[in-house]
Design a protein around this ligand. Structure first.
Ligand code: ATP
Ligand code: MG
Length: 578
């Protein structure tokens, strides 16, 4: 596996933490405050050890990025360590493809875990020993109720549960049955191992939860070695404990599980990490649960996990998001204790903010209209000098060819233009960026369809760089590309994946996928790009002037057929008016 250079990762990361520590407006969030207090009090020997514990049952998404930035960020800020652990206790949904993608995504975000990658499956023997220990202590029993019966016995929020008929099974019998479960003597679902806590506990998680289930399934790492698997609840807290985690940061829905995790650790007498819960990230107009993302992938409604419309890290990367933008976004939204939904516009704004500083400017015409400049001879080409960044001279300049035939955006010409239209119109003038003022004399149309196919214009040689010598005012400036030198490309424009802000708006019983935005992908073919874009590389971002920020598509672009993705438009409102 690719291991990035350590010191480089450290550099990237210290940049990200500086971003927030240099900003006096950002005060300590409740988690950082708590860790600060723990360190000051010498708790856990003043150590800070966190972990990011994904289940390898899908690709990571922007919500995970929030947890990654938090856990790795805490470790870096407190001089501690952060583990990466695959919580791989469910053999049915997990796969090494996901493991590899998780590692790659964490590193791409700019973080490096401490030591090797850990796996909950490495703790299967230790967890098994713990289970036997609980049995021997009379705190766990083998239960023969099936799933439906367990549900019935469990009670509800306002009524206590009932004890399983197997709850008082003798210890020796529990031990024998559990060993036979492990030996593969019983079919799936015939027995479970359950904790013996309290069937009347107000917290349902304490009503004799399952610790082990029989599952004759192949595990992506342990193969067929096991046919019983620990539940997530039984594995998670003890895995943290075994790794010496000091602060187990997790999302709010695990708040009610904390008493159970603490119960296990107490009964077993092992190291007790401090669990702290925070609100998960929700974004408008997209889906974030791996189950739903998998549905989109499996049903072919998107082009895989890395489809640029997906909120996955690999999708965002392919779309043109940078690690800096994602880390900036996570720092800006902060961590809180209450659930909320962040507007997608904030994520896009973080990307614009980053790319505005780093992306070189180029010209590209997405919906081309040919313009013939009649007073330029066919063989004449003049090189115009263009700045690569309007505010950063250090970006340098480039030479762009200007000749008799150019392309402009169709939307930059209007035949019967209103007064407020400052671009090109019959008899009107417009400035060509970095070149000259042109005037339109004639509009050529397709005789059959009436569609405008060409404009005949002249240029004013006295307006080099767009300045008029006689003081006349030219209000509009448009971008253009030399027809003889242009590079053809396909350009893909994206909009939100979902029409609704939140799936909470979807009626019960309605398929949430009815809310997929049919306009989420728009493909433009025959776009005309400035020739310098032939050298574009994957991972580079460009501002196509007036059209947004773009990058080469990492999967579909070839030397013969270039494909660019729009990462984000220049302004929050859709830039349909150009
Ligand atoms: P999902 O609910 O999206 O399927 P998950 O919680 O099942 O995700 P895990 O692989 O268990 O996914 O998540 C790994 C870690 O990432 C967990 O510790 C969880 O707290 C965190 N995490 C997952 N989703 C989010 C989110 N939307 N915001 C913040 N943290 C998240
Ligand atoms: Mg989970």
């Amino acid at each position: 596996m690719r291991q990035p250079h350590r010191s480089k990762m450290a550099d990237t990361h210290s940049n990200s933490t500086n971003d927030s520590s240099e900003n006096p407006a950002i005060s300590l969030d409740f988690i950082r405050q708590r860790v600060t207090d723990d360190v000051a009090a010498g708790k856990h020997g003043a150590r800070v050890q966190t972990r990011f514990p994904p289940e390898p049952n899908g690709y990571l998404h922007i919500g995970h990025a929030k947890a990654i930035c938090l856990n790795f960020g805490l470790a870096a800020e407190f001089g501690g360590k952060c583990n990466l652990r695959m919580d791989d206790t469910n053999p049915l949904a997990e796969d090494t493809e996901y493991v590899e993608s998780i590692k790659a995504d964490v590193q791409w975000l700019g973080f490096q875990w401490d030591g090797p990658v850990y796996y909950a499956s490495d703790y299967f023997p230790a967890l098994y020993e713990m289970a036997e220990k609980l049995i021997l202590a009379g705190q766990a029993y083998v239960c023969s109720l099936n799933v439906e019966q367990v549900r019935q016995y469990r009670g509800s929020w306002n009524s206590p549960g009932r004890n399983s008929p197997d709850r008082d099974r003798p210890i020796s019998e529990n031990l024998e049955l559990f060993r036979r479960m492990k030996a593969g003597e019983f079919p799936d679902g015939s027995y479970t191992l359950r904790a013996k806590i309290d069937m009347a506990a107000p917290n349902m998680n304490l009503r004799d939860p399952a610790l082990y289930r029989i599952r004759h399934a192949h595990h992506h790492r342990t193969g067929d070695q096991w046919c019983i698997y620990p539940t997530y609840d039984f594995a998670h807290g003890q895995s943290d404990s075994l790794e010496g985690i000091t602060h187990s940061i997790c999302t709010l829905e695990f708040e009610d599980h904390r008493p159970l995790y603490d119960w296990f650790l107490e009964q077993l007498g092992i190291h007790r990490p401090q669990q702290i819960e925070f609100a998960r990230l929700n974004l408008t107009n997209t889906v974030m649960s791996k189950r739903r993302l998998l549905e989109l992938v499996k049903q072919g409604l998107v082009a895989g996990w890395s489809d640029p419309r997906m909120p996955t890290i690999c999708g965002l990367r392919r779309r043109g998001y940078t690690p800096q933008a994602l880390r900036q976004f996570c720092a800006a939204i902060g961590v809180t204790k209450f659930n909320s939904t962040t507007p997608m516009a904030r994520l896009e704004e973080a990307l614009r903010h980053d790319l505005n500083e780093t992306a070189g400017r180029v010209m590209a015409v997405l919906e081309p209209l040919k313009v013939v400049i009649e007073n330029i001879p066919a063989d004449q080409v003049e090189l115009r000098t263009a700045a690569n960044h309007p505010a950063k001279p250090e970006f340098g300049t480039r030479e762009i060819p200007f000749g008799r035939e150019i392309y402009i955006e169709r939307s930059d010409f209007m035949e019967n233009a209103p007064k407020s239209f400052f671009r090109l119109q019959p008899g009107g003038e417009v400035r060509l960026r970095f070149a000259y003022v042109i005037k339109c004399h004639e509009v050529k149309k397709d005789p059959d369809t009436g569609e405008i196919v060409e404009l005949r214009c002249t240029y004013d040689p006295e307006t080099a760089g767009g300045k008029t010598s006689d003081g006349r005012k030219i209000k509009g400036t448009i971008h253009w590309v030399s027809a003889a030198h242009a590079v053809d490309a396909e350009v893909r424009l994206y909009e939100n994946l979902l029409l609704v802000e939140s799936l909470a708006e979807v009626e019960d019983g309605e398929d949430w996928k009815n809310q997929l935005n049919p306009a989420s992908l728009r493909v433009l073919r025959g776009c005309k790009l400035e020739s310098s874009l032939r050298q574009a590389r994957v991972g580079q971002s460009f501002q196509f002037e007036r059209n947004g920020y773009f990058c080469l598509d990492s999967e579909d672009s070839t030397a013969q057929a270039l494909v660019f993705n729009r990462s984000v438009s220049l302004r929050e409102a859709a830039d349909k008016s150009a």
